[in-house]
Design a protein around this ligand. Structure first.
Ligand SMILES: Cc1cc2nc3c(=O)[nH]c(=O)nc-3n(C[C@H](O)[C@H](O)[C@H](O)COP(=O)(O)OP(=O)(O)OC[C@H]3O[C@@H](n4cnc5c(N)ncnc54)[C@H](O)[C@@H]3O)c2cc1C
Length: 162
């Protein structure tokens, strides 16, 4: 994997320590390729076969190597690991090629004029990432664009002056 994203979600939860003293959660994400998983795409969740489990196991080891590289103090202290793969996103997010963000950010996607806040149905407005751009920030922008459409003015100015 050429790129990783390592984060500690439990640190962001102010109630965590009281509920789970001396414990923490770690998330690590790595970039992979749909081509590795495509051949398993006809299998069912929780029943994808030995070869798939072996692939998952190899990827877990690769990800844990990175965790230990940056946080050597957690070695021997991890008691549960779980890996989501592109097939998990297909299953849980209803995708077809393992993607977990929005539509591909290609020139063709940004040329689709129908992907805007105005749905064409009176009183129905669209928000979220596909109105603007991928990710949490893109989804927030989609919300501001939808608010602008509802209010009939540029709500981004409200954000800037707030
Ligand atoms: C594992 C994972 C990690 C991610 N990590 C990052 C990250 O680090 N940084 C980042 O920027 N982005 C990340 N993303 C992407 C980010 O989560 C999305 O870009 C963002 O949530 C999109 O927001 P949205 O409001 O457009 O859609 P969503 O957050 O998908 O919201 C859509 C909502 O609509 C609801 N819904 C769907 N159908 C119906 C229906 N028929 N009736 C009623 N409700 C319905 C859904 O339940 C959901 O609550 C990640 C995504 C995943 C899956």
């Amino acid at each position: 994997m050429p790129l990783f994203f390592l984060t500690f979600p439990s640190v962001k939860d102010s109630t965590w320590e009281a509920r789970h003293p001396n414990r923490a959660t770690i998330d690590i994400a790595g970039v992979t390729s749909w081509s590795l998983f495509e051949k398993f795409s006809d299998t069912a969740w929780m029943n994808r076969g030995v070869e798939y489990e072996a692939l998952k196991s190899r990827l877990i080891d690769e990800l844990l190597d990175q965790v230990y590289h940056f946080c050597p103090q957690v070695r021997g202290k991890i008691d549960h690991t779980e890996l989501a793969t592109p097939l998990s996103f297909n299953h849980f997010l209803g995708r077809s090629h393992g993607d977990f963000m929005s539509l591909a950010a290609s020139p063709a996607r940004f040329a689709i004029r129908d992907l805007g806040a105005h749905s064409g149905v009176p009183g129905l407005y669209l928000a979220g990432q596909d109105v603007a751009a991928a990710g949490v920030v893109g989804a927030t922008q989609g919300g501001i664009i939808a608010a602008s459409a509802v209010l009939g003015r540029n709500a981004i100015e409200d954000m800037v002056s707030a």
